[in-house]
Design a protein around this ligand. Structure first.
Ligand SMILES: Cc1ncc(COP(=O)(O)O)c(C=O)c1O
Length: 217
């Protein structure tokens, strides 16, 4: 398919919420390392990186080899059956992560990870409320959109109760117009104020996205 056919089919068959970059969108064909090629054969240096997920570059031969090997053995089953790769990855993560972070639960997406984290924090603490940060992005489920604090991504309004948002400690564009050398604990103070004034005081979790740091309280 050439560039204009792909764009025409996109408009005809895909939902319009697939937002595309550029006035003339760029249908990609393949990638290698730092580069991607469009369907017309033009090469581009990829500054996008697949929204954080292509951290080893495009088509890294080791990754491609392992994926091919696994697809040739078995594409899908269920976590109802143990698998050597599943436990091997969990073991590797346990070796890399500090302290008590020794067990893993793997999900298919960031949205699902956030859903699971909130559920786990609520189950563990018996509390319901969650404090997230303004300007955070958490995903596209109803809960994740309620955690998200960008109006453009809270599509249809955020429906899940029990979520409040504190100021994001972003020193480059400080929401309090302070300087990192002299601001002290102003952002931490805002989190305390949010907990004291907009929650019952018994929260299940504090969520700091972009950095994906979680703490069950
Ligand atoms: C910080 C952050 N959290 C959550 C998500 C949602 O992840 P996914 O799109 O895999 O559901 C994203 C996706 O861009 C993200 O950047």
């Amino acid at each position: 398919m050439n560039q204009s056919e792909i764009i025409a089919k996109q408009k005809e068959y895909l939902w319009p919420n697939h937002i595309l970059y550029y006035t003339d969108p760029l249908p990609l064909d393949h990638g290698e390392g730092l580069y991607v090629w469009d369907v017309e054969g033009n090469r581009y240096l990829d500054f996008f990186g697949g929204i954080l997920t292509t951290s080893v570059g495009h088509n890294h031969p080791l990754v491609v080899e392992r994926v091919r090997e696994q697809v040739g053995r078995m594409i899908h089953s269920s976590t109802l059956y143990p698998h050597q790769n599943h436990v091997a990855l969990a073991e590797k993560l346990a070796q890399l992560t500090p302290g008590a972070l020794q067990t893993s639960y793997f999900t298919n997406s960031g949205t699902e990870a956030n859903e699971t984290a909130v559920m786990a924090a609520r189950a563990h603490t018996g509390n319901q409320e969650v404090v997230a940060l303004r300007h955070g992005y958490s995903g596209r489920s109803a809960l994740a959109m309620s955690l998200t604090a960008h109006s453009t991504w809270r599509i249809g309004g955020a429906q899940i109760p029990g979520i409040t948002h504190a100021l994001n400690a972003y020193c480059y564009r400080c929401p309090l117009k302070l300087h990192p050398d002299t601001c002290g604990t102003a952002c931490a103070q805002d989190i305390e104020d949010v907990i004291k004034t907009t929650t019952s005081g018994r929260i299940a979790a504090f969520m700091a996205e972009r950095f994906r740091v979680w703490a069950a309280l």
